[in-house]
Design a protein around this ligand. Sequence first.
Ligand code: NCC
Length: 276
Amino acid sequence: RPKLRGPELLCQLKNKAEVATLTSDLLPFSSLPWAAQLPSKPLTSDLGPYRSCAVVSSAGSLRYSGLGKEIDSHDAVLRFNAAPTSGFEKDVGSKTTIRLINSQVMASDDHRFLSSSLYSSGALVAWDPAPFSADLTQWYNRTDYPIFVQYQRYRRLHPLQPFYILHPLFEWQLWQRIQDNMAEPIQKNPPSSGFLGTVLMMSLCEVVHVYEFLPSRRKTELCHYYQRFYDAACTLGAYHPLLYEKNLVKRMNQGSDRDIYTHGRVTLPGFGRMNC
Ligand code: NCC
């Protein structure tokens, strides 16, 4: 198959992947007693549009980057999982508009999801690796981690904080975009939070800057900027098709290679601004 170039890839992504979140009117949820805890409207009708956005990967290469001011200058900032700002403001900034978390974070005791203040700023968006079919009932009866139990508990404790759950269709639509643009078969696991969050922000923002998803000259085996743990798989991928995600983002980048090298910065257009 022909290798698509940046603008074509961007249009394909815009046309074939749609950010969807669970709403209280969707089966099987609408038939469950806690349905009213789910938002009545999808994320895209509640959040944004934002002019300029930052997606902050959790990569170790953000350490000593000094990018904090630049990141905070954006209108909206997306962060991932348990990535803190406190104590790391110089490198990653302090603004959090949206935090995208996987279901493992919600379920594991170490992350103190229900009690830590880390999760209380901005809107939360959660996701769980679902079966490829994206069938909601099948998934609901067998989630990877107990995302729905934890969601209900969190909502009871923080009823006013906006909290969405990604529709599994979105995961697999993005997976398909990656697979269709690679020459070899990729593992049938959902994309990383990094890629999900990047496309999520492309749906909400006029322009998206992604930091240290494509590693800069600071590239390191340090997994996260906030932890003393070394593993190259954090940057290259194991479970997630991370290297393929990065390949696709590299092809779609509208910024310069120099920006990647010095700032770990990629510039992507928002879907609203694209003429396809
Ligand atoms: O590590 P994680 O990801 O939370 O990182 C968020 C996103 O940043 C990008 N990243 C991170 C580190 C790095 N060196 N390079 C990067 O490019 C990736 O795009 C990544 O998605 C996840 O995707 O949800 C993930 O979550 C962790 C873990 O569950 C959480 O951090 C909570 O502890 C996963 N790690 C493990 O399961 C051990 C990771 O595989 C994916």
